[in-house]
Design a protein around this ligand. Structure first.
Ligand SMILES: Nc1ncnc2c1ncn2[C@@H]1O[C@H](COP(=O)(O)OP(=O)(O)OP(=O)(O)O)[C@@H](O)[C@H]1O
Length: 258
C-alpha cells in the first residue's frame, strides 16, 4: 500500500528550476533514500513535502489526500515530521523539554488549564513526561534527560532531533542527512535505530543522505535527483550499477563504454 505519492512535483525559484516533474510512490513502512549531488534539489523536495515551500506545480498525497496548500504545522498534524540538515534543537532547553515540545501537538491541554494546575491537566502532563522518558530511553539518551541540548555531543544531538520528531507520532518521518558529521560507530547506531523505528513505531521513513554505505544498507528503494530531475529510481543494487547515477556523481567519462 502506498502511503505517500508525489506527482509531477516542480519548484521554481525565479528562473531556477530546483525540482522538475518529480514522481514518487512510497510504500507504507518502507525506507526510501533520496540521493544526488549537491544542489540536486533534495532539500527543496523535503521542504515541499513539509509545506515550507509551496510547489510551483504538482501534487503531494498522503494516504490519497493532498497536502498542497497546507501550513507546516498542519502537515505535521497530518502525520509528517522531519529532522533538519543543520540540527535545529532548542539548545538552551533540556533534552527532556525538547522532546516535550515535539509532543506538544498531541497534547490536549490548554494553557489556562496548565496555569490553574487543574488535576486532569496535571495527569496529561505526567503522562507526557513518562512518554518523553520512554522516547529518550529508546534513542539512547536516558542519561542526559536534564542536560541542556546544546551540551550534547554531535551524534547525540542528531538522535535527540529524531526523538523530538518521533514524539509527534508521525506516519512518515523525513530525515535530512541524519548521518552527517557522525563517526562510523555513531552511524552504525543510527542505522540500527532507523531499522528499528520502521517496525517498532510503524513509521515510513524517507531520508536524504550522502553516506552511500548507509543508503545502500538501509534502503528498500532509492530515488536519485540531479539538477532537479529524477534520473533514476530502484533498489540499491539497481542504483549502484546505474550508468546515469555514476555519471551524475563522478562526471561524464567515469563510465566506460566497454
Ligand atoms: N529559497 C531558495 N531560493 C532560491 N534558490 C533556492 C532556494 N532553495 C534552494 N534553492 C536552489 O535550488 C537548488 C536545489 O537546492 P537544494 O538545497 O534543494 O539542493 P540539495 O540537493 O538539498 O543540496 P545539498 O546536498 O547541497 O543540500 C540549488 O540550486 C539552490 O541554490
Amino acid at each position: 500500500m502506498n502511503i505517500l505519492e508525489v506527482k509531477h512535483l516542480t519548484k521554481e525559484f525565479g528562473g531556477l528550476t530546483a525540482t522538475s516533474d518529480i514522481n514518487m510512490t512510497i510504500k507504507k513502512n518502507s525506507i526510501t533514500a533520496v540521493i544526488g549531488p549537491n544542489g540536486a534539489g533534495k532539500t527543496t523536495f523535503f521542504n515541499m513535502i513539509t509545506a515550507v515551500y509551496h510547489p510551483t506545480s504538482g501534487d503531494i498525497l498522503l494516504n490519497g489526500k493532498s497536502l498542497v496548500g497546507l501550513k507546516p504545522h498542519q502537515v505535521s498534524q497530518f502525520g509528517i515530521t522531519r529532522t533538519f540538515q543543520n540540527i535545529r534543537l532548542f539548545e538552551n532547553m533540556t533534552v527532556l523539554e525538547n522532546v516535550l515540545v515535539g509532543m506538544h501537538q498531541n497534547l490536549k491541554s490548554h494553557w489556562i488549564g496548565t496555569l490553574l494546575q487543574l488535576p486532569h491537566i496535571r495527569k496529561i502532563e505526567e503522562n507526557a513526561r513518562t512518554t518523553a522518558y520512554d522516547i529518550l530511553n529508546y534513542v539512547g539518551l536516558e542519561n542526559y534527560v536534564n542536560e541542556n541540548a546544546g551540551n550534547l555531543a554531535y551524534g547525540a544531538q542528531r538522535r535527540l532531533e529524531i526523538g523530538r520528531a518521533i514524539a509527534a507520532k508521525p506516519k512518515v518521518l523525513l530525515l535530512d542527512e541524519p548521518a552527517a558529521g557522525m563517526n562510523p560507530k555513531e552511524t552504525e547506531r543510527l542505522t540500527n535505530l532507523i531499522h528499528d523505528m520502521r517496525t517498532k513505531l510503524d513509521v515510513t521513513i524517507i531520508l536524504i543522505e550522502h553516506d552511500m554505505n548507509l543508503v545502500m544498507k538501509i534502503s528498500d528503494s532509492i530515488y536519485v535527483l540531479d539538477h532537479g530531475e529524477l534520473i533514476a529510481s530502484g533498489k540499491p543494487n539497481e542504483i549502484r550499477n546505474n550508468k546515469k547515477v555514476i555519471e551524475a556523481y563522478l562526471g561524464k567519462g567515469a563510465v566506460s563504454n566497454g
